[in-house]
Design a protein around this ligand. Structure first.
Ligand code: FRU
Length: 493
């Protein structure tokens, strides 16, 4: 058993080794977002901070830039930006996790007494039926993992669909281990809670929370944490049309195993942000990371992007700190360490952008950069403010702030000849004198933060390098710029 895992890991490492230098120099690669050394990645898994380092595991297919039998890639960092790739942590090798359409699916990590434990979903087909079970792998050096001989440690209850029982999130409360598992019960998504004293023997405790139809048929990748006395559940629900990463805020009762939520919000409204997972660091900061791409079952899906021609596909969105506001909303701020990447700072003074005269701005090389725009709403007469990114004669990506309807749009219909669609969400303008829009751009991603970081839209675009102009435009009146700060952002690789 140990041998077959080692063999399968070695084969995967050899595959990556052959191509990783090409990917390192690929023109399409991200410059400061995490991406795999080569080939395919999706969800972040087992994100954790211990002994001064952040560990990131992720869904990894080390043989091609498309989804395939899932491995767990592994990387380590001391600032969440500069990553060192470590040996692959998990590879399919056992009857419960080896299948062309399965493998070692998503999960989480916990660290105690010098042992790093990974809990993951073994996904296989048995007699044509999908079977998903929860499995344990442990390590004493945080690099080499041994699968537990008693795997799987949790099998689904009878009433759960066999295809959909996955993505265990383990956490400790009052000396008891808990594991939350995403599940489908007929047409309702649920988060099931299990208890254990040793991570090996588990008992079913409760349905922590469930969809009553309004929150989809399957909850992927649940995450659950305490923040300022409240509890927060993250889910990536399937089947809720427009929504795909949802947070619920409420109170947890550990006697009944029930989470009663009273507030609900969207973690990110963009096209490309899925399966968010959080960790707590030594500064007590809750930090969220997520896969920056979209699944083929999402209504707006139009491919995973053209980067597979350079032998990679998938990256992570920027790590963000999570803060609770008035017990009912969350803020997602790009981590402070990003300021260390800033270069070529520029400042644009107060000015008026008119319908006739748009403002062209420069931010580093205009491709790997950051912009913070503040609009004085009291002095603004226009209905619409457009921030036009990666523009040329042929292409443009438009962020539209509609002050009349109170909405923000991310329009990538003309971004690159490949991407399509518009994402739309509320812009919170009540009692506001200023509109702040903070944007991060990398080779093929744009992340837009507004409403004091309550609203975020993250999406991928693939324009050519000469599509690199940036404008601020006003429609139907004038836009009063209070300030614009821009920076280039240095590469981390
Ligand atoms: C979410 C997901 C998980 C699953 C993994 C498979 O993106 O579908 O539910 O464990 O990806 O790679």
């Amino acid at each position: 058993m140990k041998n077959s895992h080692e063999l399968s890991l070695r084969r995967a490492e050899e595959s990556v080794l052959k191509i990783k230098d090409d990917v390192k120099n690929a023109p399409s690669r991200q410059s400061y977002h995490f991406m795999p050394p080569a080939y395919w990645m999706n969800d972040p898994n087992g994100v954790i901070f211990f002994e001064g380092k952040y560990h990131l595991f992720y869904q990894f297919h080390p043989y091609a830039p498309v989804w395939g039998p899932m491995h767990w890639g592994h990387a380590v960092s001391s600032d969440l930006l500069h990553w060192e790739h470590l040996p692959i942590a998990l590879a399919p090798s056992e009857t419960y996790d080896t299948d062309e359409r399965g493998g070692c699916f998503s999960g989480s990590a916990v660290y105690e007494n010098g042992i790093l434990s990974l809990m993951y979903t073994g996904a296989v087909r048995v007699n044509g039926e999908y079977v998903q079970t929860q499995c344990l792998a442990q390590s004493k050096d945080a690099v080499h993992f041994e699968k537990y001989e008693g795997n799987p440690v949790v099998k689904k209850p009878d009433w759960v669909d066999s295809t959909d029982f996955r993505d265990p999130k383990v956490f400790k409360h009052d000396d008891v281990w808990y594991m939350l598992v995403g599940a489908k019960d007929k047409d309702k998504g649920k988060a099931l809670l299990y208890r254990s004293y040793d991570l090996k023997s588990w008992e079913f405790f409760s349905v922590l929370a469930e969809s009553r139809g309004e929150l989809g048929f399957m909850w992927e990748c649940p995450d659950f944490f305490e923040i300022n006395g409240k509890y927060v559940l993250f889910i990536s629900p399937m089947g809720v049309s427009d929504r795909k990463t949802v947070y619920l805020i409420g109170d947890m009762n550990f006697n009944t195993g029930k989470f009663n939520y009273h507030s609900i919000g969207e973690i990110d409204w963009g096209f490309d942000y899925y399966a968010p997972q959080t960790l707590l660091n030594d500064k007590d900061q809750r930090i969220v990371v997520a896969w920056a791409n979209e699944w083929d079952w999402m209504p707006w899906f139009n491919g995973f992007g053209p980067t597979n021609k350079d032998n990679w596909c998938g990256s992570l969105a920027l790590p963000r700190t999570v803060e609770l506001v008035r017990d009912s909303r969350l803020k997602f701020k790009p981590i402070d360490q990003l300021k260390d990447l800033r270069t070529l700072a520029r400042e644009y003074s107060k000015s008026l952008v008119t319908q006739k005269n748009s403002l062209e701005i420069q931010a580093g090389d205009n491709i790997h950069c950051e912009l913070k725009i503040i609009i004085d709403l009291a002095k603004t007469t226009s209905d619409i403010i457009e921030i036009v990114l990666r523009a040329s004669e042929k292409y443009q990506t438009v962020i539209t702030c509609n002050l009349k309807t109170g909405e923000i749009y991310f329009d990538r219909n003309n971004s690159d000849g490949i991407s399509t669609g518009i994402r739309r969400c509320p812009l919170l303008l009540v009692n506001k004198n200023e509109l702040m829009v903070h944007i991060y751009m990398d080779t093929c991603s744009v992340e837009v933060f507004t409403d004091d970081y309550i609203t975020v839209l993250s999406s991928n675009i693939y324009p050519p390098n000469d599509s690199n102009k940036i404008f601020v435009k006003a429609v139907n009146g004038d836009a009063a710029i209070k300030s614009i700060h821009t920076w280039g952002l240095k590469s981390v690789w």
